[in-house]
Design a protein around this ligand. Structure first.
Ligand code: DAH
Length: 342
């Protein structure tokens, strides 16, 4: 019995002194002490040699020895896996856990850029609803029912109410601003729009636009051009050339589309500009008199211009994004590449 006591004390000392460098050594400890052929098992086997009157005492001793070994094993395991329960694996030189910071979405960055340029010309920002009634999305914009130009944009209709649509353009916000009856108007209207189109690298069922509207006495096409020249210069640099092509929109007369020289190839022709050297940026024109009177504005007294541009395309060109779907998939690996402050 005395011999057993001494032996146990020795074993405990040995276990306490043991330090495991890694999980492999912890496993070696377990096999040596707690394994089926381990030391604890064989010490427990000594029970049969203990005199009957001391069996109770020896039983307690051996149990306590077994628990000691088990506890020591747990400690070593925790220390090796870096868990701090026992306190002695704390490494204060390790860097802390990073706290990831979000960044602005590239569409937001491009929208803010566009907005900030027009704000310098005195344009204020307004927003409107994404679910629109037929009047604001079409009717008031000089697109009466059955007007063929309604087919220019594939519309999503809301099932519960045939009068409601997901707006197909931000031009609907023009109407809401004009209806307020406060003139003059100098507004920029950014927002999300929806079209029933097959999702692909080049088209999506939703995207973003910025709409511009300026209404006052004596506003002319020359004002429209000067405003857009300023925008292009600020946005794409002073070397970029601009051209207006006659076009058709029911809500403007005359209407035009504006191109700039391709800012990828500088006008010599590449895949982006389909070898033409020009990239289409926006649609614009003088607000149609019907639109003004639909909103209670006297077309004999007031005139105005409007324009509408997409946000995704310039963002794709600026940031070198080649697939429109990336903008709406919210893949952090894509999003975290945009760290600009605006
Ligand atoms: N709403 C047109 C579209 O989505 C863009 C547009 C063209 C807006 C001419 C305008 C404009 O304000 O004057 O294709």
């Amino acid at each position: 019995m005395e011999q057993l006591l001494n032996q146990i004390a020795e074993y405990k000392k040995e276990m306490s002194a043991f330090a495991a460098a890694d999980e492999k050594q912890v496993e070696e400890f377990r096999i040596k002490w707690l394994g089926t052929r381990g030391i604890v098992k064989s010490v427990m086997g000594e029970m049969k040699n203990v005199a009957p009157d001391r069996k109770k005492e020896a039983g307690q001793l051996l149990n306590e020895f077994k628990q000691f070994a088990e506890l020591r094993f747990e400690e070593l395991k925790a220390a090796a896996s870096g868990v701090m329960e026992t306190g002695f694996s704390l490494d204060i030189s390790l860097p802390g856990d990073p706290q990831p910071l979000g960044s602005r979405h590239p569409v937001t960055l491009m929208r803010n850029r566009i907005v900030s340029i027009f704000q310098r010309l005195g344009f204020a920002v307004a927003e409107g609803p994404e679910i629109e009634d037929d009047w604001h999305n079409f009717g008031a914009l000089n697109l009466p029912p059955h007007h063929p130009a309604r087919d220019m944009q594939d519309t999503f209709y809301i099932q519960q109410n045939p009068d409601w649509v997901l707006r197909t353009h931000t031009s609907s916000v023009q109407i809401r601003e004009m209806e307020k009856g406060k003139l003059p108007i100098r507004m920029l209207m950014p927002g999300r729009v929806y079209r029933n189109e097959t999702v692909s690298a080049r088209s999506h069922c939703f995207f973003h636009q910025v709409e511009g509207l300026y209404i006052d006495e004596n506003v002319s096409f020359a004002d429209l051009k000067q405003t857009l020249y300023f925008f292009v210069k600020e946005m794409y640099g002073k070397d970029v050339k601009v051209r207006f092509r006659p076009s058709y929109f029911p809500f403007t007369e005359p209407s035009a589309e504006m191109d700039v020289t391709c800012f990828i190839c500088g006008g010599s022709g590449c895949n982006i500009c389909k070898k033409t050297g020009w990239v289409e940026i926006l649609g614009c024109g003088m607000v149609h008199p019907n639109v003004l009177s639909n909103c209670g504005i006297d077309p004999n007294k007031y005139t105005g211009f409007a324009f509408g541009m997409g946000i995704e395309r310039p963002a794709m060109l600026k940031y070198g994004v080649n697939d429109l779907r990336l903008f709406s998939e919210n893949d952090v690996r894509f999003l975290k590449q945009f760290t600009s402050a605006i």
